[in-house]
Design a protein around this ligand. Structure first.
Ligand SMILES: [Zn+2]
Length: 452
C-alpha cells in the first residue's frame, strides 16, 4: 500500500515538473470528479482536482446557499449525476466566472456551517478539495448526549460492545489486488458482528458508523464513551507491501513501543487515515497536569490489561476459523484504541493485499464465520469476568447460566488442570460437571465451567 502511494506520488511529481514550467501561467485546474458522502452530523462534498486549487467557501442565507469559488478552474465533472438524498443539498449549480474561474452554488434545505480543506492523494484518489457541510442544528439537538443504558427484565444491564468499522467515505482503507476496499468489507463484517452481539441476551451492540462516511479516530472513541461501552472493537483488514503476508491479528494499545515491525507499520498506516479529518487529531497526551497524567496512566494500564485479556480470548476463537498472523495479541500505538478506561481492541480480519484473503473477506460466509469467532472470544472473556451490574455478572453469581455460560474450548497445549486453575475450580469438579471419565482433553473440545 505504502509502495503504491509512493510510486504514484513520484509519477505525479515528475509529470507536474515537466508540465508546470512551460505553461504554468495559463494551466488551470480541472474538476474531474465529484462525490458526496452524507453522514449523521455532516455531509462531505469532494471535488477531484488535478492539483492544489485556490478557493473560497462562504455561506449565504435567505435562501440558504453555499458558494464555492475556485480560481483558474474548469468543471469537467457532472454535478447532476450526484445522488443528493440524505444530504442537506437540494441542487448544485455552476458557472464560469471572471473568465477562468468557476463558481459552484449549493442550494440548501437549511443553513449549515461550511469547512473546507484539501487532501493529498491516497491509494484511491488524487488531490481533492473537501467541503464539509456541518449540520449544527443536528449536533445541538443531540446534546446533551443520552448515554446508552439497556436493562433486562430483571433490572440487570447489558454489556455494551461498540463495534467500529474502520475508514469510510473518502478514506477507502486498504485496497486488494482485485479492487476490494477495506472500508466496505469491514462495514459488512461489523454489521454482522453487531447482529450476533445483539442476538445474545445480556449484550447490546452499537456501531460507530452505519454507512459509507468517515469519522475521525478521536470521535470514534468518544462515541464509545457516549455509549458507556464495556468494550470497543475496531474492525480492519490489513495490507502489506507484498502479497504474501496473511492471517488475522488482534491488537491492543501499547504505551511504549510496538511489539513487531508489522505492528509499527500498521499503526502508522491506520493513524495516517486521520489526516483526512482535516481538523487534526486531538491528543490525550496534551495534558500537563502531572496528577491527571498519573491517573490517566493508571487507568490506561488497567484497560490495556483488560484489552490484552479480551484480545487473547478473541484470538483463541479466531484460531479455529482463520490462520493467525501472530499467535499473541500484538501491541502498537493505534490512535483509535486510546480510550483510557474502555478496554479496546483492533481486529485485523486478514490481509486484503493477499489475493486468497481478499477473496475470503469478500464472502459473506467467511465474514460470518470470522464474526462468530470474534463474538465467541468476547463472550468467553465476559463470562469469566463480567462487569458488575450486568446480566452476565448476575448469572455467574447465581449459577444460572443460559447453558453457554462459562464454556471453554480446549486449545493446543491446554490441560484440564490448567483450565481448572484458570477458573478457580478443581479437576474433579470439572470432570464431574462435564461427565468425563479421566482428565484427558482434546483440542477443540468444549468444557463447561461451573459458576464459582
Ligand atoms: Zn484499516
Amino acid at each position: 500500500m505504502m509502495a503504491r502511494i509512493f510510486s504514484r506520488w513520484c509519477l505525479a511529481g515528475s509529470v507536474m515538473l515537466t508540465l508546470l514550467f512551460p505553461i504554468a501561467a495559463t494551466a488551470g485546474v480541472n474538476v474531474e470528479g465529484v462525490r458526496i458522502w452524507p453522514a449523521p452530523d455532516h455531509t462531505r462534498l469532494v471535488l477531484d482536482v488535478a492539483n492544489k486549487v485556490d478557493h473560497k467557501v462562504f455561506a449565504l442565507s435567505g435562501p440558504s446557499r453555499l458558494v464555492i469559488d475556485l480560481e483558474n478552474t474548469t468543471l469537467k465533472a457532472d454535478f447532476d449525476k450526484l445522488d443528493l438524498s440524505g444530504s442537506p443539498v437540494k441542487r448544485i449549480r455552476s458557472a464560469p466566472r471572471n473568465g477562468n474561474d468557476l463558481r459552484v452554488v449549493l442550494d440548501l434545505k437549511s443553513d449549515i456551517k461550511p469547512r473546507s480543506f484539501q487532501l493529498e492523494p491516497n491509494q484511491q484518489y488524487g488531490h481533492r478539495l473537501v467541503v464539509d457541510l456541518i449540520d449544527e442544528g443536528g449536533l445541538k439537538a443531540r446534546k446533551p448526549s443520552e448515554p446508552t443504558v439497556t436493562e433486562n427484565a430483571n433490572g440487570k444491564r447489558d454489556i455494551i460492545v461498540v463495534v467500529d468499522a474502520g475508514h469510510g467515505g473518502e478514506d477507502p482503507g486498504a485496497i486488494g489486488p482485485r479492487g476490494t476496499r477495506e472500508k466496505d468489507v469491514v462495514l459488512r463484517m461489523s454489521k454482522t458482528l453487531a447482529e450476533l452481539i445483539d442476538a445474545k441476551p445480556g449484550y447490546t451492540a452499537r456501531l460507530t458508523r452505519t454507512g459509507d462516511y468517515y469519522i475521525d479516530l478521536r470521535s470514534r472513541t468518544l462515541l464509545a464513551r457516549k455509549h458507556n461501552a464495556d468494550l470497543f472493537v475496531s474492525v480492519h483488514a490489513d495490507a502489506f507491501r507484498t502479497p504474501q503476508p496473511r492471517g488475522a491479528s488482534v491488537f491492543a494499545l501499547s504505551q511504549r513501543g510496538a511489539t513487531s515491525e508489522t505492528a509499527r507499520w500498521l499503526a502508522k498506516t491506520e493513524n495516517r487515515s486521520d489526516l483526512i479529518g482535516g481538523a487534526g487529531g486531538v491528543s490525550l497526551d496534551g495534558r500537563d497536569d502531572m496528577l491527571a497524567g498519573v491517573l490517566l496512566d493508571l487507568s490506561m494500564t488497567a484497560s490495556i490489561n483488560s484489552s490484552l485479556g479480551v484480545g487473547d480470548s478473541i484470538l483463541g476463537r479466531l484460531g479455529s476459523v482463520a490462520k493467525l498472523h501472530k499467535k499473541g495479541v500484538e501491541q502498537a500505538a493505534f490512535a483509535v484504541l486510546k480510550s483510557p478506561d474502555i478496554p479496546s481492541v483492533l481486529v485485523e480480519a486478514g490481509f486484503i493485499s493477499n489475493p486468497k484473503e481478499e477473496q475470503n473477506l469478500s464472502s459473506a460466509w467467511y465474514r460470518e464465520k470470522l464474526s462468530q469467532a470474534v463474538f465467541r472470544g468476547i463472550d468467553d472473556y465476559f463470562q469469566k469476568t463480567p462487569p458488575p451490574g450486568t446480566l452476565l455478572a448476575w448469572q455467574k453469581q447465581n449459577g444460572r447460566g443460559d447453558g453457554s455460560v462459562s464454556q471453554y474450548r480446549i486449545r493446543r497445549g491446554d490441560t484440564l488442570s490448567g483450565v481448572a486453575r484458570e477458573n478457580q475450580t478443581t479437576v474433579s469438579e470439572l470432570m464431574q460437571y462435564n461427565g468425563l471419565n479421566d482428565d484427558r482433553v482434546m483440542v477443540g473440545q468444549t468444557i463447561r465451567i461451573p459458576a464459582s
